[in-house]
Design a binder for this molecule. Structure first.
Ligand code: SF4
Ligand code: SF4
Length: 111
């Protein structure tokens, strides 16, 4: 299995397990140039980070670009914990995260 960090979104999602990615409706975070609304994506690109796991300024649980009211609502509805995914990538590396998501058939660590 080919494992590239490009398969992981800036905010810690494993794009390859996303329905929209699989159906060709979304090219994945890296190539999703239409996502101009996303402050996380812009911040990572401006700083040359593969994802927020590379961030040396703050962390997703405290960063206002990463977490806001809307993302908190989505996180509760979908029981997703993107900050936990970023923490996992920081600790174990992107390849280990991808393997975990493949094993669990998920795109983000569960809340
Ligand atoms: S929310 Fe932003 S960083 Fe996360 S996958 Fe979408 S475009 Fe990428
Ligand atoms: S945690 Fe916040 S400041 Fe750090 S790279 Fe992500 S969006 Fe940017």
């Amino acid at each position: 299995m080919k494992t590239e960090t490009k398969e992981i979104s800036k905010c810690g999602l494993y794009c390859n397990n996303c329905g929209k990615f699989k159906s060709g409706k979304c090219p994945g975070c890296e190539k999703n140039v239409k996502a101009t609304w996303c402050k996380t994506r812009i911040c990572c690109i401006e700083n040359g980070y593969s994802s927020c796991a590379d961030c040396t300024m703050t962390n997703p649980r405290e960063c206002k670009k990463f977490s806001n009211f809307i993302t908190d609502v989505f996180s509760t509805i979908f029981r997703s914990d993107r900050p936990a995914s970023i923490e996992y990538i920081k600790k174990h590396g992107s390849e280990a995260f991808i393997n975990l998501m493949i094993d669990q058939n998920r795109m983000v660590i569960k809340k």
